[in-house]
Write a protein that binds this ligand. Structure first.
Ligand code: BGC
Length: 937
């Protein structure tokens, strides 16, 4: 409050008063905004993002896209306009000025992908921004809080740093863990130690901003003045290093000291030259790891300086004896090099670095999120299986590392082995890891309490075996550190059934475990590859658990990089170890994944980028088919992978997926305004459909192979119409009944099985499958204690024990794709058109469920449903984000059987009855929170 007494004041006091007034005014206006927000009136912009991420640094998109959400507790709120300010400094932005861009008031309801339209942006430039929006009545909001992005190094010539490294003599190591537990072949592994690289540099003037850029051929941790620069793991991620490698930028302004400073890096093999995939292969891109970095110092006096990698850097090895994704990490703490990343360290005995590379990739900004820790797990049980051999259960199958805390003796060797499951005798089961050694070893220095966690490996596990301790471990001895690409959680599901809650949780964890820079098949065995088929099966579900827009934006480049010149997409991306001919349902990821990302996030620019590769792929499919558009004699196809006792013909899968990719590419062409392509592709789709019917569908509607997957594919891709569609639906249900109400599908059939059952109106059959707990079913694995989604329906059975260890992962997400069905049919939340601008709310309570809560943070804000079914009454609370509209479909014979917030519908604000027929009443609502109570009979 400003005191109303008037005092004679001097100039200085006037100044102080003015500041007080400004502060008070600012406080009042933010108070007002707060009050408005609390009362729910008007619109507020929030969650500002640039190029899909909150406050990204070092991006290299010259005209980045900006997005936000608008929130309001008022019903039917909409955005009618926005204004974006972008400024080169925080101070300017605080004055409500955009010296880089002031969009002015734009009449629009757009909140996503607003293309920056200001001055050209320069390398290393910071951009501060905020947005104001106008609501449905033309009332402006207050300015959003401030957000930031920074430009990366836009031109190749901006890179002053050289590629540097330290080429140690290579030996096949026998220095791996001496533990008797190690597999014999570990002695033959080639496991060079990571390199330590460093430089010192003076800072003689006050620094106003410091940004460090770094990349590697290998993986690296960047250190500055005695500390790691970030908690990111495995930078710069995995790409086809012969084509491109990514850098990241970090703001290190507060870490630069006056006087001498030190910059350093630890450089390990990673995907570049370490063991990757099956077959015990390494050196996939080269033998010699390299690192490149530059630190941009901006001084308060306006001058700048760059500290770059070059021949003045020094190299050595340190306490990390070996570090490999598949094999594990060994650290000999006795060899710690204290102060190596600090100024003042005596590096006179270090070696000059080597420069130059084996590959010549483009250096670009990493378009995706970094890998980071996202959860910590404590042991649930500790068992001594043999004297001195302890097995700890962390309660959850996950990907990551352990943090070990120990009071050891000098030279004491502690060995950690990892497993997803236990053998019947309670020891860890590691046979399914194949040639992935997965052993971490810590050798103590014996100087008090020691804490260690590896940085250049990870494992997929729930159990850890510890040997080499002098006394039994406690729950504090190890902590599980779960790692995943930093994809913010956007989904939550909870219902009255514990098995379904577990299913959701298992899917979520399996996703996090496999989204480690690329979407992998599994995180534990010697594979961990970006299998395209798995990704296309799962991608839609992935979007419902986490915000994966930036993650897939990155991987889809890998997919284009892996496309063959003839248009075929690969089995895995980046293409290594497995082949570049994906075959039907795998290669189609090149079409399905970009289309899904467009559907969920409305990302038109991504679709534009991917479209030529999609078109080329469809053309490839056409050319490799016969003139009748059927498979030619020779082609590769994985089939309905890991189906149960049903052999779906590969030609049926071939043609169904050819049709699907053609259809989706036609739709993409429409979105992009390529009308000629669209009509040509629609036409091609119709011809493929006719070919499918001619070749595979007999007079009585039976489809060749007569498996569940055959009918699922035909119905999912709309390949059969009218009577044939009705017959296909009938045969599908009959086949499920024939299997005693069980599924027989593998990766490909299961993806669409539940969705098709709902599409044909058989939610009852879908619920039956969902609630099964006998083999094969989702519930079966949960009954066996699964904490993740298994690769196989019969990964372990009481009768047969473990499946063939040649291929038996307990963290494969494909069968977890059922979560899309759960959100859409239990939660009843669907996007009605692209990117949730219009929403469809239609829960289908069924089976033994009495209540469910489903939450999804869409690109436009929070959508949620919560329902309770009591007898004939269904109560539903639906939350619709501002600036969107929804169709709500309730199982009521008419509007009179429904109340909203205790009132009849005609008295309810913002609810319009659209139609009512056949026990379904269709309502239209704007944004807001609605409480419906429906008499279903
Ligand atoms: C992977 C799968 C993949 C398959 C191809 C396996 O080794 O783990 O998930 O899709 O090969 O059939």
């Amino acid at each position: 409050m400003i005191n109303s007494h008037v005092f004679p004041i001097g100039f200085e006091q006037f100044g102080i008063l003015l500041i007080c007034l400004i502060v008070a005014a600012a406080a009042t206006s933010s108070l007002l905004a707060e009050t408005l927000r609390e009362s729910g009136l008007g619109l507020s912009p929030a969650e500002l993002r640039c190029e899909y991420r909150a406050d990204p640094l070092g991006i290299d998109v010259s005209r980045p896209r900006l997005s936000w959400i608008v929130t309001s507790a008022e019903r039917g709120q909409r955005q009618t306009g926005y204004q974006v300010l972008v400024a080169g400094s925080e101070a300017i932005l605080k004055l409500d000025k955009g010296d880089l861009w002031d969009s002015g008031q734009v009449k629009s309801d757009d909140t996503t992908a607003i293309v920056y339209g200001g001055k050209p942006l320069l390398s290393n430039q910071p951009c501060y921004w905020k947005v104001k929006v106008w609501d449905k009545d033309g009332k402006p909001s207050t300015w959003s809080s401030l957000a930031v992005w920074s430009m990366g190094l836009l031109e190749p010539s901006d890179w002053k740093g050289e590629w540097i490294g330290y080429d140690k003599p290579r030996a096949t190591t026998a220095s791996g863990p001496a533990s008797g537990a190690a597999k014999p072949e570990s002695a033959k592994l080639v496991l060079p130690p990571p390199s330590y690289l460093r430089v010192t540099f003076p800072v003689r003037k006050p620094v106003s901003r410091a940004t460090v850029y770094s990349t590697a051929l290998g993986i690296h941790d960047l250190h500055l003045n005695g500390q790691r620069v970030s908690d990111d793991y495995f930078n710069p991620g995995w790409t086809d290093y012969t084509r491109r490698v990514y850098y990241r930028a970090y703001d290190v302004t507060n870490r630069i000291h006056p006087g001498d400073n030190a910059l350093g890096a630890i450089l390990a093999d990673g995907w570049y030259s370490g063991y990757v995939g099956f077959g015990k292969q390494r050196d996939h891109y080269g033998k010699h790891t390299r690192f490149k970095s530059q630190l941009h110092l901006e001084y308060a006096d306006g001058s700048t300086e760059i500290v770059a990698t070059g021949t003045n850097w020094k190299a050595a090895t340190g306490p990390i004896v070996e570090a490999d994704f598949l094999m594990g990490e060994t650290n000999d703490a006795r060899a710690a090099v204290h102060g190596w990343d600090e100024p003042g360290f005596d590096d006179s005995r270090w070696t000059p670095v080597i420069t130059g590379t084996e590959v010549k990739p483009l250096i670009q900004a990493h378009p995706g999120p970094p890998v980071r820790p996202f959860a910590e797990l404590r042991p649930k049980t500790i068992t001594e299986t043999k004297p001195g051999v302890y097995v700890l259960d962390l309660g959850q199958n996950f990907a990551g590392v352990l943090r070990l805390k120990i009071h050891g003796e000098p030279g004491q060797r502690v060995t950690l082995r990892f497993a997803e499951r236990l053998s019947p005798d309670g020891t860890i089961y590691t046979t399914n890891l194949r040639s992935a050694r997965c052993i971490d070893t810590y050798i103590c220095d014996g100087k008090g309490e020691e804490t260690w966690s590896p940085r250049f490996t990870f494992h997929g596990f729930q159990y850890v075996e510890i040997t080499g301790l002098k006394s039994p471990p406690t729950v504090g001895t190890v902590t599980g550190v779960a790692l995943s690409s930093d994809t913010p959680i956007v989904g939550r599901f909870e219902c009255s059934d514990t098995m379904l809650n577990k299913l959701h949780s298992n899917g979520y964890w399996t996703q996090r475990a496999n989204f480690i820079d690329i979407p992998t098949d599994c995180p534990q065995r010697d594979e961990r590859l970006g299998w395209t088929g798995d990704a296309q099966v799962y991608i839609r579900t992935a979007t419902l658990n986490c915000d994966v827009q930036a993650f897939f934006n990155k991987w889809l480049v890998d997919l284009i990089d892996g496309q063959r010149p003839n248009g075929q997409f690969p089995m895995v991306a980046p293409v290594k170890v497995a082949g570049d001919d994906g075959g039907p349902a795998w290669a189609d990821a090149g079409v399905i994944c970009p289309w899904t990302i467009y559907q969920v996030y409305g990302d038109r620019r991504l679709l534009e980028r991917q479209y030529p590769s999609m078109l080329k792929f469809v053309e490839f499919c056409r050319k490799r088919s016969t003139p009748e558009l059927l498979p030619s004699a020779r082609y590769h196809c994985f089939g309905d992978w890991l189906s149960i006792g049903a052999d779906t013909p590969k030609d049926v899968i071939f043609t169904a997926y050819f049709a699907l990719s053609t259809k989706l590419t036609a739709e993409a062409a429409e979105v992009l305004g390529k009308t000629e392509d669209a009509s040509r592709l629609h036409n091609l789709y119709r011809k493929i459909k006719a070919a499918f019917n001619n070749a595979y569908v007999s007079g009585d509607g039976r489809i060749k192979g007569d498996t569940q997957a055959c009918y699922v594919l035909a119905l999912a891709v709309d390949l059969v119409d009218g009577e044939r569609a009705r017959q296909a639906a009938r045969y599908l249900v009959e086949d499920i009944e024939k299997y005693n109400n069980h599924l027989s599908t593998g990766f490909i059939g299961t993806k669409d099985l539940m969705l098709v059952l709902s599409k044909i109106g058989r939610h009852d059959v879908a619920y039956r499958l969902l609630f099964n707990d006998t083999f094969p079913s989702w519930g079966f694995s949960i009954k066996q204690g699964a904490t993740s989604i298994w690769e196989r329906w019969d990964g372990w059975t009481p009768e047969k024990g473990f499946q063939d260890p040649g291929m038996n992962s307990f963290a494969h997400y494909s069968f977890g794709a059922v979560y899309q069905w759960m959100v859409e049919n239990i939660g009843g939340i669907k996007s009605d058109g692209p990117a949730y601008k219009q929403i469809l709310i239609e829960p289908h309570p069924g089976g033994r469920l009495t209540h469910a809560e489903t939450w999804y943070q869409s690109i436009r804000g929070q959508i949620a449903t919560s329902w309770i079914k009591e007898g004939e009454t269904l109560s539903l609370i639906a939350t619709i984000p501002a600036n969107t509209t929804a169709t709500v479909i309730l199982p009521a014979s008419g509007p009179e059987a429904i109340t909203e917030n205790g009132r009849s519908l005609n008295q309810s604000e913002g609810v319009k009855v659209e139609s009512s027929a056949a026990g379904r009443t269709v309502l239209k609502v704007g944004s807001g929170r609605y409480t419906f109570v429906t008499k279903t009979k």
